[in-house]
Ligand binder design. Structure first.
Ligand code: DGY
Length: 317
């Protein structure tokens, strides 16, 4: 039986599956392993099942024992892993695409609604009984007829587009390449971010975090948007330069932000705290039982597939 380390606690059902499939070292306390602890634990093991909280940078990967052949990330995003460093060491890196697209798209839509319809202010006022109905009280932005820009039209972007379209939004997108008509479903392609941002009343960030997308939302690119646009992010915090977004929100260049992810999670840039129009969530994209079990099953199956066949369809390096 192959020996694997699982760096974070999984749901019971997933830990049972892992223990049936492998000689699995579980993390019952869910403690965050330091680099040295993870390296020490990895001795004599064949694979590591990591989470997005594990920073698998070049240094960590270079110190892993030769026995480690697979890093299976319990996430679709793999910005926490240095893919090149893993490749150099002959370590396959895998991820969990598709199974979390529905759950993450739901949160993507929630961010759009929450930011546009002033949910944070509304919740606070309701809890404080500090409001009274009036015709102009907490007026928000209606989605019907509003242009939604989708940055990154992968599986999650396409699902958000489909739901948003049913809410009456007009869909525009930028992607590495134009989609087929069937996948596009009437969405309008832009070959540059400048062109996309220029027509985005609301932006939904759905692209992966890479060197190219790091700080893509910055002082300069925020100026491309129509005044009063809404920025939402269901992808990764590294794509947004927080200081620039905070400044744009304070100047009302940007009307509101809906963020499920942000830099330095769980520590939020304090600049966001003072802004009423920020709708913020603690990285809930894939947080449903059904999805977390499906993700863990896939992360386990990815390791199994690799050892049985020497390859894995969800290998990303
Ligand atoms: C992912 O899989 O990348 C999600 O962000 C995890 O919640």
């Amino acid at each position: 039986m192959k020996k694997i380390i699982i760096t974070r606690r999984l749901l019971k059902e997933s830990e049972e599956k892992a223990s049936k499939t492998f000689d699995a070292k579980l993390n019952g306390n869910d403690e965050l392993y330091s680099q040295s602890k993870l390296i020490e634990l990895s001795e004599g093991h064949d694979a590591i099942l990591t989470s997005l909280t594990d920073k698998m940078d070049e240094e960590t990967i270079s110190k892993l024992p030769d026995s480690i052949k697979v890093i299976s990330n319990f996430a679709v995003g793999f910005g926490n892993i240095d893919l090149e460093a893993a490749k150099k060491r002959g370590i396959a890196v895998t991820n969990t695409p598709e199974v979390l697209s529905d759950a993450t798209a739901e949160i993507g839509i929630l961010l759009i609604l929450g930011a546009c319809r002033r949910v944070p202010e509304g919740v606070q006022a309701a809890k404080e009984s500090s409001w009274k109905w009036s015709a102009d009280y907490l007026i928000g932005k209606q989605l019907t007829g509003t242009r939604l820009g989708i940055l990154g039209m992968g599986r999650i972007g396409q699902k958000i587009a489909k739901i948003a379209k049913s809410l009456g939004m007009i869909i525009h997108y930028h992607n590495r390449s134009k989609l087929s008509d069937e996948k596009e479903q009437g969405a309008i392609y832009h070959d540059s971010i400048k062109s996309l941002f220029g027509v985005s009343d609301v932006l939904s960030i759905c692209c992966p975090a890479t060197k190219e997308t790091e700080n893509l939302i910055n002082k300069e690119t925020l100026e491309y948007f129509p005044t009063g646009a809404v920025i939402t992010n269901v992808a990764r915090g590294d794509i947004v330069e927080d200081e620039a977004l905070i400044d744009a929100l304070n100047r009302r260049k940007i009307y509101a932000a809906g963020l499920d992810v942000y830099k330095g999670e769980p520590n939020l840039n304090p600049g966001y705290l003072k802004i009423k129009s920020v709708f913020i969530l603690p990285h809930l994209g894939s947080a449903t039982k059904h999805t977390r079990i499906a993700m863990a099953n896939l992360a386990i199956d990815n390791i199994d597939e690799f050892f049985k066949t020497g390859n894995c369809k969800n290998k990303v390096n």
